[in-house]
Design a protein. Structure first.
Lengths: 261, 488
């Protein structure tokens, strides 16, 4: 993380973001977070904690009950088309068109993202970079493993070249080798100056590459720590405590949530 | 952006196995249908020409103009290749004579009942049943399938508007579906030209309109597929719903409309109508007998007190006058019977028209009925086929009767016949004919009613309009549903 980049405006920002579903369930409660260029923000939390809801709000898949989600300063719900030009998305389980080859899928989604300047060699370079074997380039996706599809997904995100990236549990279900490769790629993208918001269950990977770690529980960001603050901290213990509902006790031990930069 | 989405949709469809299956099935069905239709048409033409020739020869062989009985035949039309409609159900011919009313009899299916069991699959049937089903197969998972697959989220993580996306879905699917329709039908039309079937410019207009109608019909099913796909979360549910809609729309609602109209407007059957006519006729003749009996009693009373010679003289004097009176009474009876028959027929036809109209209007709840009715109208094989032919045949009958009566008067032949019963030779009919054939060169020839494309289009305009309304409704619904669609 570069100190100069911290001073820049955040590329991803949740401001008092709240989502209450029609059935009355409060999925997100007054979320505040910022991700600056060259930062990775990892959201940790159990199922139903509000991680995916946050990403869905940034992508305008759902409307916030109150508050705002900004992408590069653009309100994602007020002007979603403009906002989405500035963000790439990789889901937990990248699904592409099974009748298309890897190359055809990449071509379609990259052009859909507004990038028309690429040649086949650029696509090949991106696919090589994410570790997809050359012989798979022109194979139909229906024969791809989950790891191979995730690689295509990250290749699409790389080629879109958006300043911000949203990753929804991207390493879930990947084998350790593929997970490690993926983590390396995300680190590289951060180093290129991308602002990355990642939801994950993987505490160790989050600690390994993130600049900020936030713990969500019941739609509330109950803790947020910088990478420096996490040194020497047992993140797993901290996470379990928050998830188990020992927030009050932990809060008494020190400020955990006022690390917005 | 739109072109990228359309290209993707089209490519996705063209590369899918369901497109291959659709193309194969449609090509085979349409080409076989056109091929069989052409052969069927050619056979009909040969049969029509032969029958006309035989009828002409029969006329020439008649003993006198009074005995001449012609036969008018329904002319095959090239449009029956594409929309057989009622062609196989309506009689092929009607006798034309002074004494009998026109009635089309001997339909192709009554002659060859085997083919009535599994009916001819024409182009209209293929579009109505097969392509509509394929349209559903192409669209049932258009939206919810992409949600289930996760591609919807990935697509909408990009600056894509929902309106553009849905429009591209429609365009891509539409283009993907018309290929299996247009390619075989164009080959079929080429086959039609090469086979030498005489297609008039009016027929070409009708064929063009029929293709346009088919495209509208398929568009409706794409619309309903998109709509159901956009209001459901699971493709299995949307498939089930669409199957129910398809079965109701294609198989049930059109029949329900006709059945309901049958219950709401009851009309007499032909047998009932004929029984009514006969009853009146019998009653009228009985009245006439009673009237004549009374008349003769009165006449006898007039002659009371006269001796035999005076009676004979009186009868001779009054004979002509009495004959005229009796004849006038008989003619009154005949006229009453004819008038009553006409009135009953008209009443029945009016009720039938009301029933038909109600049946069609009720059936039009389903766009399938609109398609079917418009297709039959365009091809001229519609519900009016029989009426149109019978009316034109009645007009011909008037001309024919007038002509034969004129010829009869010119020939001076009474036209009667004599029956001789001989113990050695048995019964012998003598028509008093000479061996010469009748000169039929001036005899009016029956010509089939010509229905111009403008008229058929005019008759189909309501159904074209209804299909467009259905399309607008389904697409409007699809857009509204998709604008609110939960992408997650």
């Amino acid at each position: 993380m570069n100190n100069e980049t911290i001073k820049q405006a955040p590329l991803l920002e949740a401001r008092n973001l709240t989502k209450v579903y029609e059935d009355g369930v409060k999925a997100l409660d007054n979320l505040q977070l910022r991700v600056h260029p060259g930062e990775i923000f990892a959201m940790l939390g159990g199922n139903g904690a509000g991680k995916t809801t946050t990403i869905n709000l940034f992508l305008d898949f759902i409307q916030p009950t109150s508050g705002h989600a900004f992408i590069n300063g653009i309100d994602a719900n007020a002007d979603p088309l403009e906002a989405k030009k500035n963000v790439a998305f990789v889901s937990e389980n990248v699904q592409l068109y099974p009748n298309f080859t890897a190359m055809q899928n990449v071509d379609f989604f990259v052009r859909l993202g507004g990038r028309h300047q690429y040649k086949r060699s650029d696509y090949e370079a991106a696919l090589v970079r994410v570790g997809l074997q050359r012989e798979a380039f022109d194979k139909k996706l229906k024969d791809f493993s989950k790891g191979m599809r995730q690689k295509c997904g990250i290749a699409i995100a790389i080629l879109k070249d958006a300043p911000a990236i949203l990753l929804d549990e991207p390493t879930s279900g990947l084998d350790p080798k593929a997970g490690k490769e993926f983590t390396r790629l995300v680190g590289d993208l951060r180093d290129e100056g991308k602002a990355i918001l990642m939801s994950t269950h993987d505490i160790f990977r989050a600690k390994e590459i993130s600049d900020h770690v936030g713990i969500l529980n019941g739609g509330v960001l109950v803790a947020q720590k910088t990478n420096a603050e996490l040194k020497g901290v047992n993140l797993e213990q901290l996470y379990v405590e928050y998830m188990a509902g020992y927030m009050e006790e932990t809060l008494e031990t020190g400020p955990l949530t006022n690390n917005l930069t | 952006m739109l072109s990228i989405l359309v290209q993707k949709e089209l490519k996705n469809i063209l590369l899918s196995p369901k497109f291959f299956a659709t193309f194969l099935v449609c090509s085979i069905l349409i080409l076989i249908s056109v091929f069989i239709g052409i052969n069927e048409y050619k056979n009909s033409v040969v049969q029509f020409e032969t029958n006309q020739l035989i009828a002409q020869q029969d006329v020439e062989q008649a003993s006198s103009w009074m005995q001449v009985r012609n036969i008018a035949h329904r002319k095959p039309t090239p449009m029956q290749i594409f929309v057989s409609g009622l062609h196989f159900d309506v009689g092929r011919l009607s006798g034309i004579s002074t004494f009998n009313d026109v009635k089309l009899v001997r339909s192709p299916y009554s002659d060859e009942t085997l083919f009535a069991i599994f009916r001819f699959i024409d182009f209209a049937f293929i579009v109505q049943v097969v392509l509509s089903l394929f349209a559903i197969l192409f669209t049932y998972d258009a939206i919810n399938g992409e949600r289930e697959n996760g591609t919807l989220k990935l697509a909408f993580s990009n600056p894509v508007s929902r309106v553009q996306y849905l429009f591209a879905k429609f365009t891509g699917t539409w283009l993907g579906l018309i290929v299996p329709l247009l390619i075989p039908i164009l080959i079929g039309l080429l086959l039609l030209i090469l086979s030498g079937v005489p297609v008039t410019s009016s027929d070409w207009i009708s064929i063009g309109s029929l293709i346009a109608l088919s495209l509208l019909y398929i568009t409706f099913f794409i619309g309903i597929g998109l709509f159901i796909s956009a209001i459901t979360r699971k493709s299995s549910l949307s498939f089930l719903l669409l199957l129910v809609i398809w079965i109701s729309g294609v198989l049930i609602l059109p029949r329900m409309g006709v059945m309901a109209a049958g219950q709401l407007v009851s009309i007499e059957s032909v047998a009932q109508l004929e029984a009514k006519q006969e009853a009146f006729e019998r009653a009228r003749w009985e009245d006439y007998s009673a009237e004549i009996s009374e008349t003769w009693q009165a006449r006898n009373q007039e002659m009371e007190g006269m001796d035999e010679d005076e009676r004979r003289a009186y009868r001779d004097e009054k004979e002509w006058e009495w004959l005229e009176v009796d004849d006038a009474a008989r003619k009154r009876v005949q006229s009453d019977i004819i008038e009553n028959n006409r009135m009953l027929m008209e009443e029945s036809q009016n009720k039938k028209k009301v029933q038909e109209q109600l049946a069609f209007n009720l059936a039009r709840i389903s766009p399938v009925s609109s398609f079917r009715l418009a297709a039959m109208n365009l091809a001229g094989t519609d519900i009016d086929l029989k009426r149109r032919y019978e009316e034109s045949m009645r007009r011909y009958k008037d001309d024919f009767t007038e002509f034969t009566q004129k010829k009869q008067a010119e020939s001076g032949n009474s036209g009667g016949f004599r029956i001789e019963v001989d113990s050695n030779e048995g019964v012998k009919l003598d028509f008093g004919r000479n061996d010469q054939t009748l000169d039929t060169s001036e005899m009016p020839q029956y010509s089939a009613p010509i229905v111009q494309a403008g008229t058929t289009l005019g008759n189909s305009i309501l159904d074209f309009g209804l299909l467009i309304v259905f399309i607008i409704a389904t697409f409007g619904g699809s857009f509204l549903a998709f604008l609110r669609y939960d992408m997650r």
